[in-house]
Ligand binder design. Sequence first.
Ligand code: DX5
Ligand code: ZN
Length: 209
Amino acid sequence: MKVTVSILKSNLDKTETIKRVEQTDADYIHVDVMDGQFIPHHSLSIYEVNNLFAKSKKALDIHLMVDDVEGHIKAFKHLHVNSFIFHVETKQNIEALIDYVHSLKIKVGLAINPETPTDSLLPYLDKVDSILVMGVTPGEGGQKLIKTTVDKAFVLKGLRTKFNYNYKIGIDGGVNLETRPLLEDFDYLISGSYVCMSDNYQDKIDSLR
Ligand code: DX5
Ligand code: ZN
């Protein structure tokens, strides 16, 4: 199982948290960017992300919970990015965003909120590299997994088999040792507070793999 660590909620400062994640075998670092508009919460600014990750050794999955998805992609495209993840709920043109990110030779993840029906993803399933099923309402680390989101991930797995699509399926939010048994059938897990609020990041990652 691939494991990506979200640095959103940690008991250490961001620099130290990133340093510790860099010392683990986590597949990627998951960077949550919130603009206070697309969702009411704020996280790292463009300036902070660029400073914190200028020399990142691990590749980044940048999760954009922002109105101006395109502007943020432009602001981060020079970093060591594995994928840009934006939401199917965005008001921007999803097809154009997918093409733009692919033109940069970067992968595209499409995230879906707990209350959004899977049907909204149908036009994009043959074009994206991953689907990020939000296990919680985006905004904060440390929330409880909403169990119906796991059903949604199974629907997406069924569609992938049926139509031979290539996207990976990840779960973001509420991933910890307790919820791990429900998530065996998917490709990658994003875990934040379970890892970063602990004193041994590698142990927690091992327990999720
Ligand atoms: C939620 C973020 C998640 C979050 C996961 O808005 O997109 O990436 O940081 O944190 P945990 O694992 O604590 O639920
Ligand atoms: Zn996230």
